[in-house]
Design a protein around this ligand. Structure first.
Ligand SMILES: Nc1ncnc2c1ncn2[C@@H]1O[C@H](COP(=O)(O)OP(=O)(O)O)[C@@H](O)[C@H]1O
Ligand SMILES: [Mg+2]
Length: 491
C-alpha cells in the first residue's frame, strides 16, 4: 500500500505533525498548570504574614494552640481553597483544622519553606502537602516570632485538593479548548500544504521514472529531454536532463555497437570467402597431383606446383594482413611516438619500390622541401602506411605512368601526399575504399595477392595518430592520398 514515494512521504509527514501536535498540547498543558501555580503563589505570597501579623494566634504572649484550631477553621470557611497548618521550628505539624484522618504527614520538609522565605524566590516553589505524601503544592509561609525567637511557622497550602488531567483541564476551559482547536487547525493546514507540495514534487519524479521505464522497455514515444514547464533548475530538472543526455549517449553507443557488429560479421563472411577460394584451388591441384602421380607430365607437375605456391602466397598475405589489422585494433598502448625525419623515411620506402616500378616502367618522383622539421609519430606504423599507399599507386597505375610523393610544411604539420597518374577511383566507390575487403573489381584483383585490407590498415594507423586521411581521384587521370603528421616540438 505504501510503496510509492508519495505515500511514504505523506505517512511520515502525518506522523511527524501528530507528534508535534501532541508535544504542543503536553507543553501547553504543563506550562498552563505551572503558570496557574505561579500566579496563585504570587497572589497569596503574603497571606501567612497577614494572618501572623494580625496576632490572632498569640495569647498571653504564647502561641495559643487550642484556640488556634477555631481560627483556622474560620479562615478556611471564608476561603475553602486554603489549608492552614502550624509548624514547629523543625517542621513538625503542631496544629491544623481538618479531620485528623485526612492529614497523613507528621512533618513537612523545611527546604522549600526556607526557599520561599528568601528575598526573591523563583516561583512557583512547591512544598509538601500534609494531606497527600505523594504530592507537592504551592503554599504561603510566615515565621512566628515571639520575643525575637522563632516559635514556628504558619504554613498555608493554596489551591485546595483538586488535581486535573490535561483532558479534564481541556474540558473545563473554554480558552484551552479554543487554543487546542487553533493548534489543530494550524497542523492540519501544514499537513495539507505539505501533501500538495509533495504531490507536485513526486509527480515530476514519477514522470521521470515513467520516461526511464519506457526507455527500459525500448519504447521511444517518451521524447528525450522533455522540459517540465515552470520547473526551474532544481535537482529533478537536472536529473531529467542528465537522463536525457545519458539516453542519447546510450542510443548512439548501441548504434555504434550495432555498426561494429555488422562490420565484424561482414568481415568474417569476407575472410571465410577469401580463405576458401585459394584453399579450394590449392586442394584441387594437390589432389590432382596425387591422383595422377606418375602419369603427370613433368611440365604440368611444375605448373601445378607453381599455381599451388601462388595460392599459398595469397593465403599468407591475407592472413598476415588480417593479423596486422587485429594487432592495430589493440595497438593504442603499444604505440611509440618519436621524432624522425619524414624525408628520410619517404626516401627509404621509395627505395623498396624502385624495382617493381621499373618493371612497369613507372617513375617514382619525390618532391621534398628542404629543411623540413622533424615529425613526431610511430615511425614503424607510418612506414607501413606509406608502403601500402605507394604499393597501391604503383599497382593501379598503367605502364609508363608516374607516382609522385610530396612533403611540405602545413600549419605546424607536415603534409604528405601520394599522387599517381593511374586509373582513378569511381566517385561512388570513394567512400568505400577504406572499408575492409573492399576492392573495386574483385575477380580481377583476386589473383594478384591483394586482399582489400591495405587502405583499412592505413586508415587505422592514421586513427591511432588521431589524424584523418583524404582521397581525391579522377577517373583515368589519377588519385591523390593526403595525410598530415604533427611536427616535433622539443621540450
Ligand atoms: N591509387 C589507387 N588508384 C586507384 N584505385 C585505388 C588506389 N588505391 C586504392 N584503390 C582502390 O581501393 C581499393 C582498396 O584498396 P586496398 O585497401 O589497398 O586493397 P587492395 O589494394 O588489396 O585491393 C582497391 O581495390 C582499389 O579499387
Ligand atoms: Mg592495396
Amino acid at each position: 500500500m505504501f510503496r510509492t514515494l508519495y505515500s511514504k512521504l505523506a505517512l511520515v509527514l502525518t506522523g511527524l505533525l501528530c507528534l508535534v501536535g501532541m508535544a504542543i498540547i503536553l507543553v501547553a498543558g504543563f506550562s498552563a498548570e505551572m503558570y496557574q501555580k505561579e500566579a496563585a503563589q504570587r497572589l497569596n505570597l503574603d497571606l501567612a504574614d497577614h494572618i501572623v501579623s494580625e496576632r490572632l494566634l498569640i495569647r498571653d504572649n504564647r502561641i495559643d494552640e487550642e484556640g488556634m484550631k477555631d481560627i483556622f477553621h474560620m479562615l478556611m470557611v471564608i476561603n475553602p481553597r486554603i489549608e492552614i497548618y502550624l509548624l514547629d521550628p523543625e517542621g513538625r505539624i503542631l496544629a491544623y483544622s481538618a479531620d485528623p484522618g485526612k492529614v497523613k504527614r507528621k512533618e513537612v520538609s523545611l527546604v522549600p519553606v526556607r526557599a520561599l522565605l528568601e528575598k526573591a524566590p523563583r516561583l512557583p516553589v512547591l512544598g509538601d502537602d500534609p494531606r497527600n505524601p505523594a504530592r507537592q503544592k504551592v503554599f504561603s509561609v510566615a515565621r512566628i516570632p515571639e520575643k525575637g525567637e522563632l516559635q514556628g511557622y504558619l504554613y498555608v497550602i493554596l489551591g485546595g485538593e483538586r488535581y486535573d488531567s490535561v483532558v479534564q483541564k481541556l474540558k473545563g476551559s473554554y480558552i484551552l479548548q479554543v487554543s487546542a482547536w487553533l493548534i489543530f487547525a494550524c497542523l492540519l493546514f501544514s499537513l495539507i500544504v505539505g501533501l500538495v507540495l509533495f504531490a507536485t514534487m513526486t509527480g515530476r519524479l514519477r514522470r521521470l521514472s515513467n520516461t526511464i521505464q519506457a526507455f527500459k522497455k525500448g519504447s521511444s514515444d517518451a521524447s528525450p529531454g522533455t522540459k517540465i514547464p515552470g520547473g526551474g533548475v532544481d535537482e529533478i530538472t537536472l536529473l531529467e536532463s542528465v537522463f536525457a543526455e545519458m539516453r542519447q549517449r546510450i542510443e548512439s553507443q548501441v548504434d555504434e555497437l550495432q555498426r561494429a557488429d555488422t562490420e565484424r560479421r561482414d568481415m568474417i563472411a569476407n575472410v571465410s570467402h577469401d580463405l576458401r577460394t585459394p584453399l579450394a584451388t590449392l586442394q584441387g591441384y594437390i589432389e590432382t597431383m596425387l591422383l595422377k602421380d606418375k602419369s603427370l607430365p613433368e611440365a604440368d607437375r611444375r605448373l601445378y606446383l607453381e599455381t599451388a605456391l601462388k595460392h599459398c602466397g595469397r593465403l599468407s598475405v591475407l592472413v598476415s594482413e588480417l593479423f596486422e589489422l587485429a594487432k592495430l585494433e589493440s595497438y593504442d598502448s603499444l604505440m611509440v611516438c618519436e621524432p624522425f625525419h619524414p624525408g628520410e623515411l619517404v626516401q627509404d620506402v621509395v627505395q623498396k619500390f624502385k624495382l617493381k616500378a621499373a618493371e612497369k616502367k613507372i617513375s617514382i618522383l619525390t618532391n621534398i622541401e628542404r629543411d623540413l622539421p622533424l615529425v613526431n609519430a610511430d615511425i614503424g606504423l607510418i612506414e607501413r602506411a606509406l608502403e601500402n599507399l605507394i604499393e597501391n599507386a604503383v599497382h593501379y597505375t598503367p605502364e609508363g605512368g608516374e607516382v609522385r610523393l610530396n612533403l611540405a610544411p602545413d600549419q605546424g604539420n607536415i603534409r604528405v601526399q601520394v599522387r599517381d597518374s593511374g586509373c582513378g577511383i569511381p566517385e561512388d566507390e570513394l567512400p568505400l575504399i577504406f572499408n575492409r575487403f573492399f576492392q573495386s573489381d574483385k575477380s580481377r584483383l583476386n589473383s594478384t595477392g591483394h586482399s582489400g585490407l591495405g587502405l583499412s590498415i592505413v586508415q587505422k594507423i592514421m586513427e591511432l595518430h588521431g589524424r584523418d586521411i583524404e582521397v581525391e581521384s579522377k577517373i583515368n587521370s589519377g588519385t591523390t592520398f593526403t595525410f598530415h603528421l604533427p611536427c616535433h616540438s622539443p621540450g
